[in-house]
Design a protein around this ligand. Sequence first.
Ligand SMILES: [Zn+2]
Length: 885
Amino acid sequence: MNIEQFKGLARLPKFAIPSQYDLHLKLDLSAACTFSGTVKINLSITEKTNFLVLNANQLQFHQALFTTSGNQQYCPSDVVVDDDDEVVVLVFDETLCVGEGLLGIEFSGKLNEHLKGLYRCTYVDEGVKKNMAVTQFEAADARRCFPCWDEPALKMFLQNEKSAAKLDIVTTFLSVDPADFWATFKITLDAPSELTALSNMPIIDEKLDGNIKTVYFEETPVMSTYLVAVVVGLFDHIEDTTADGVKVRAYCPVGRSDEGKFALELTIKSLDIFTKYFSTPYPLPKLDMVTVPEFAAGAMENFGLIVCRDNAMLYSDSKSTARRKQTMSIVVAHEVAHHWFGNLVTMEWWTHLWLNEGFATWVSYMATDNLFPEWNIWTNFLRETAGGLSLDALEQSHPIEVEVHHVHGVEQVFDDIGYRKGSAIIRMLQGYLGDDIFQNAKTEDLWRVISEKSGVNINSLMDCWTKQKGYPVIYVKSKDHILEFEQSQFLSSGLHGDGEWTVPITLALGSYDKRKNFLLESKFGIVDISEFFPSSDETLWIKVNVKQSGFYRVMYEDRLAAQLRKAVENNCLLATDKFGILDDMFALCEACKQPLSSLLLLMNAYRNEMDNMVLLKLIDVCYDVVNISTDAVPDSVNVLKEFFISLLQCSAEKLGWESIPGESHLDVMLRGEVFIALATFGHEKTRRVAMQRFQVLLNDKNTPLLSADMRKAAYISVMRNSSTTNRNGFESLLKFYREVDAMQEKERILQSLASSPDPDVVLEVLNFLVSDEVRDQDITYGLVGLSLECRETAWRWLKENWDRILKKYGSGMLLHYFVREIVTPLSSNEKAEEVEAFFGSHVNPAFDKILKQSIERIRIKARWIQSIRQEQSLPDLVNQLLHKE
Ligand SMILES: [Zn+2]
């Protein structure tokens, strides 16, 4: 008998298939923070075996027994734990025969502090620090809580089934019969009697024994292990009921349930929208959402129990920003949508994660658009797409369908490719086929229905987008009313890629009434547009990729580009198109396919722009151009900043610092961003006003002079003007952080601290960020605001503190922030080599992909800097533009 055969397997062997887990967990939340448990698993032995192999991680085993349906008992002669593969092998001397049975295991473990599996976090109750128990099992951490078959869908493909499945990803996703391999979960918890105990299902019974209560939950429907959840802590809650009678509760920190009202309302409305959209009722009797003090992701769609960070659930008009309101709506709708798409039907294996996440993201925008049409949320969606396009232009990208060979690789699949490219290609399909065809299709057979109704074979169209990484840039030329198209893979590194796509091309010609669609199915294509231009008119604009709904970039020949620039200036285009033209030009510039001067000329065309989402994009581009120019043309940076200030001046004057009664949500959102940008670019008047208002705030925490939306602009001003010799502002801000309760306030302060240009101040800030004063999860805020001036300091600090960081932040997603936010701002080939050399001796599969992407981005910048230095006329152009107004 040899257990070596189970070493290094990507998937668990299928000798046994679970159908029901009866799980009893006993939580000890005293200082020790331990748990013990019993699990009874109903199994079908499908093949006679001397082994039962299941997942477990960091658990101790005390007893195990297998009882057949004929009441024969088998005790394993050995229990072998493999820490690398996270499995436990139960070895039986006698062979287990095909049939049904019950596997009972007693185990114990410790609540960890790494925000995964069953973990502890702390909260303060009447001045006393106490422990809370929370679970986070996606992707593969249920095994840290109880031994189980911890794979999203426990189904082994037969060889021929597998090749058939390759043909149709959605069939793969949905054709599986859940009853074959998912299990139900009957959960029982022993917990301190004064605490609230939550799980996926409603409570059916509760027994009290001294200070301990035993809570019995209803059995779940069949589902995957990664969706099981338990939370035990102290909460206040509010509740409401959907039109269909589903009870929804929002569990908030004690005394703050008022701030859960907006999330509760959103959840109820989203449930109603999706019930209609999917034509399927919400599958459970209840839906709870709970915010916990420490959480690694933003939110998690556990079946019937959404767990989230406070900023995804707590909202108040006075404390929260308009942007927060918007992200919250999308996050809540996303998690609710998963209850159909993801939970009710689950991907067969993590390879198909993108469909799960991409679709949930796409429908969350649909629901939000439905609830808040005035937000123009689909323009905001382009920011998702832009993130996906940026990442997917790296050689270190990956196809959205990734082969996940081992559980260690799973976490890195949860990146922008799955979420953003995934949702963007769904949007591309919708943009190409039209809303009508698309909206009528239900998820169960989305692709098939769409194919039938549109006559386009969607499977083969989508395959080239899901199975290969990257995307094309389309070169467009016009000659005598013939448009010529050529595609080639777009890579920010400027290197050649040989990908080829079937590209849904959409055109608007001089007006949005004149439209044409076609599929570019090979490298070259031509389209006759003479029907649109009966009389020869060379001045009309042509926009390819209408509404920017396609996942590709467009590069126009100079004449077409100039006409489009005019169209931007004359406000002839939709916001989505204005957004896209700018995003494409920036990316082409970064890849050295266009000079920086073309980008600056284009930016100047947005001088009178009124659309807020377009302005937000313009601000993003301003930051990026300032950053690259600091290295490339340091002598021109100040003039450049003045030029950008002049572009934003008009909006700043229109918006002012204080809210205007009756103004739109988007105005409120833009105001904060405009003034943050002005503060960052060193606009003197902004600095003065910000400092004055900050002083007022220190004396009056509720001053109307600094609304939630404007505070970050003030904090950034304070930090941009802080130094070792002028520490007052910095210290006031730290003091404010320590005193204030609201997490959203703390979050804003954290986002501002590292923006100081003074290396010593930033060093102090970095050490503060990893101290006990900042929760581990909040590192995500502190690092993103790092000033360009202090990137070297931060990099040195990272090297010196790496071992400590690794120990504190473990192997999870939080570690990605250190790599991405500190490594990526570097910008020379020498630095890239230094980073490679440093991490060469610190390899870690938990972040190697993020690291490679960051290093590639450094090299892309190094190349771009060289190219900008060749543009002799650039300083003159910047001067001209500044004085052109
Ligand atoms: Zn999701």
